[in-house]
Design a protein around this ligand. Structure first.
Ligand SMILES: [Zn+2]
Length: 389
């Protein structure tokens, strides 16, 4: 296990060296993985992005036609940008210091990916009663969109796993639930006028702020409603405004205001219904006032990102397996989104469990503790033991 952990750390160092920030290609890293797997006699199926130099990779160990579904290990290859972050070291050169592995993606989530690759020789050497699949995606950080074309092929021309384990950072604790993320952009169209006569124009920024007030109102309402399960922190479906832009100059009544906002919904929250209500309120309370001054004004909201929730499935085969492998009876819920909901939507029982803490993800000086890598290798070794014939 010590050797496998060391191997995983070496692989992680290589993976961190590929700058796979979401807007860039991941193909160099995918080529490396294809070669590595090939070296262990494992062939890969690539699921390329339709219009970008990016690809997902699916590979199976111990699978043949008629095999049971087995277990898929899921990871994303992309990482968030380092732009504007103050790093003490080069984010794309992994540095090991004081039992920590520093570098972009070490924790989110090339660490799990590296551990799964380091385990390949171990998995290959076993007589597995069920296959182990590797499912590596792209564009996870852009809204879990890259995994979808691969997930759609599971059970079609790729084997459909019985269980998926998504290795996002949970400190190796089993996670069976997370919120959904629904992001929207709202465009407020006003009417330009000389700022000396503000009442002759329709101020898009002012109406944008009124729209933000409506959002705040919904957030208060949802906070009051709370979380019946008592498992989430914060314990309600949150409404959050992240970006707002508007206006061109001080002496012009602004014509446009753009607002980027999101709802992170509890598993049982009907977010599209909420958004319909928000739009309805804007249409009833704000649009008539705007249109009384100038035709063609109004408020339009469009979805930008949608990440489905992970619904808890107590007693599912995924939950039973992951609790056993993690040696934990506790199952947690988290507030960040993952690809787990995509696999669950495909009818595959899915849990999240991976090395590192989400507290280190997306930040400068991101790191993965070596002890977490050890725990992950232990977890994956027990998976091999479990599936050994
Ligand atoms: Zn991630």
């Amino acid at each position: 296990m010590v050797d496998t952990t060391r191997r995983a750390i070496e692989i992680l160092e290589t993976l961190v060296g590929f700058d796979t920030t979401s807007h860039l290609s991941n193909l160099e890293m995918i080529d490396y993985i294809v070669d590595y797997l090939d070296g262990h006699g494992v062939s890969s199926t690539l699921v390329p992005a339709p219009d970008e130099p990016k690809s997902s990779l699916f590979a199976s160990i111990g699978w043949k036609p008629g095999s049971p579904g087995g277990v898929a290990l899921s990871a994303h290859t992309d990482v968030v940008p380092v732009v504007g972050q103050d790093w003490a070291t080069d984010p794309f050169k992994m540095v090991e210091k004081d039992g920590r592995l520093y570098g972009r993606g070490t924790c989110d989530m090339k660490g799990f990916l590296a551990a799964s690759l380091a385990m390949v020789p171990n998995f290959v050497a076993r007589d597995l009663s069920q296959p182990i699949h590797l499912a590596y995606s792209y564009d996870e950080e852009l809204g879990c969109s890259g995994v979808v074309p691969m997930a759609e092929r599971l059970g079609v021309d790729l084997p459909k796993p019985d269980i998926t384990i998504v290795g996002e950072p949970t400190l190796m604790r089993p996670v069976d639930a997370h919120k959904s993320i629904h992001a929207y952009e709202t465009i407020v169209t006003g009417f330009e006028f000389h700022s000396s006569m503000p009442d002759s124009g329709v101020n898009a920024i002012s109406y944008g702020l009124k729209f933000v007030d409506i959002l705040a109102d919904f957030n208060r309402r949802l906070k009051k409603k709370g979380d019946a399960s008592g498992r989430f922190n914060p314990g309600w479906s949150t409404v959050h405004v992240g970006e707002i832009r508007g206006g061109t100059a001080l002496n012009i009544v602004p014509k446009t205001c753009w607002i980027h906002w999101e709802i992170r919904g509890l598993p049982d929250e009907d977010v599209p219904a909420l958004v319909a209500e928000i739009e309805d309120r804007a249409a009833r309370e704000l649009a008539p006032q705007m249109q009384a001054v100038a035709a063609g004004t109004g408020i339009i909201t469009q979805p930008t990102v949608s990440i489905c929730t992970l619904r808890p499935e107590p007693g599912s085969p995924a939950e039973i397996l992951v609790k056993r492998l993690a040696r934990s009876n506790d199952v947690a819920a988290v507030s960040y989104g993952t690809e787990a909901g995509v696999f669950q939507t495909c009818g595959i029982p899915t849990m999240v469990c991976g090395p590192g803490s989400i507290d280190q993800a997306h930040k400068p000086n991101e790191f993965l503790a070596v002890s977490e890598m050890e725990k992950c290798v232990g977890f994956l070794t027990r998976l091999g033991d479990e599936l050994q014939r």
